[in-house]
Design a protein around this ligand. Structure first.
Ligand SMILES: Nc1ncnc2c1ncn2[C@@H]1O[C@H](COP(=O)(O)OP(=O)(O)OP(=O)(O)O)[C@@H](O)[C@H]1O
Ligand SMILES: [Mg+2]
Length: 266
């Protein structure tokens, strides 16, 4: 995979995500209809819009899970248009999903194990005979797991089954799993959905802790989360980008107001 041309603009922060004219059709459904998006490195960036606007589709495309019908996508300097999700992840991209959260029948610690696979590439023989590199990587994993448990406030939950955790804690665990690969960019799809006020506040605090040194892109309906965390937000309506602005400003845009009023009438 060839790196794309470096950003030629002078004095601008490096770009973490650049999507140009992204279109996606599912049969007769136009899920994305010409989305342009630029996220700077180190930014916490929000994506909002009514249900069915195309937010998750856009996330899936940026992470290589879904291929666009047309358009160009550069993430962390790589053209991910035709890259497998696995390679995109290896390149430093982590994500959480809107619905799938965690493996309920596994402990918190074992859930973190599933997050390690990206950097973990040992042969079966290496594992069976405990090669030096395997042992070194296993020890590094354990150290990483301890760090992530502590960072995400899950140290006391490490041996509990994920299914017995409160909902907000399960969502936090999903972020912790993504952190195991130490992503340079983290995509979070409705991470605070269904959380109560206290869980949401804890979640905001977690993201504030982990955001420095990486780029975070959040899809979220809860505007308190977007306002607390994001420098800028993109509003998508019916697959189209309507405006990109500070979270306090986007709801002044007439098309955003009418889209949300229309959604309430549904
Ligand atoms: N695999 C698919 N096959 C067919 N249509 C799809 C598929 N995935 C999404 N769509 C359609 O594309 C549109 C955008 O869906 P998407 O899930 O991206 O919206 P969203 O903004 O994430 O919505 P929500 O806020 O409800 O999560 C919707 O009309 C949806 O029904
Ligand atoms: Mg969605």
């Amino acid at each position: 995979m060839q790196p794309m041309r470096p950003d030629s603009s002078q004095g601008r922060p490096p770009v973490a995500v650049r999507a140009t004219d992204i279109r996606k059709r599912y049969g007769g459904v136009v899920a994305l209809d010409g989305v342009d998006l630029t996220v700077e490195e180190g930014e916490v960036f929000g994506i909002i819009g009514p249900n069915g606007a195309g937010k998750s589709t856009l996330f899936d495309i940026l992470c290589g899970i879904t291929k666009p019908t047309s358009g160009q996508i550069e993430v962390l300097g790589q053209d991910v248009g035709q890259m497998s999700p696995h390679l995109v992840a290896r390149n430093g991209v982590g994500r959480t999903f809107q619905r799938t959260a965690v493996f309920g029948e596994a402990t918190v610690y074992d859930n973190l194990l599933y997050g390690r696979h990206i950097g973990f590439r040992h042969s079966v023989m290496g594992r069976m005979f405990g090669s030096a590199t395997y042992r070194a990587e296993r020890d590094a994993f354990k150290a990483k797991a301890e760090q992530v448990l502590s960072l995400s406030g899950l140290s006391n939950e490490r041996d509990r089954l994920a299914s017995v955790l409160a909902y907000g804690v399960q969502r936090r665990l999903a972020v912790a799993v993504a952190l195991m690969s130490d992503p340079k960019i983290l995509f979070l799809d409705e991470p605070a959905a269904g959380m109560n006020g206290r869980e949401t506040a804890d979640f905001v605090a977690l993201i504030e802790t982990i955001a420095p040194g990486r780029t975070v892109v959040i899809v979220e309906h809860d505007m308190t989360v977007i306002k607390a965390l994001c420098q800028r937000a993109l509003v998508v309506v019916d697959g189209r980008p309507v405006t990109v602005d500070a979270p306090d400003q986007v709801f002044k845009h007439p098309e955003v107001i009418s889209a949300y009023l229309g959604a309430e009438d549904d």
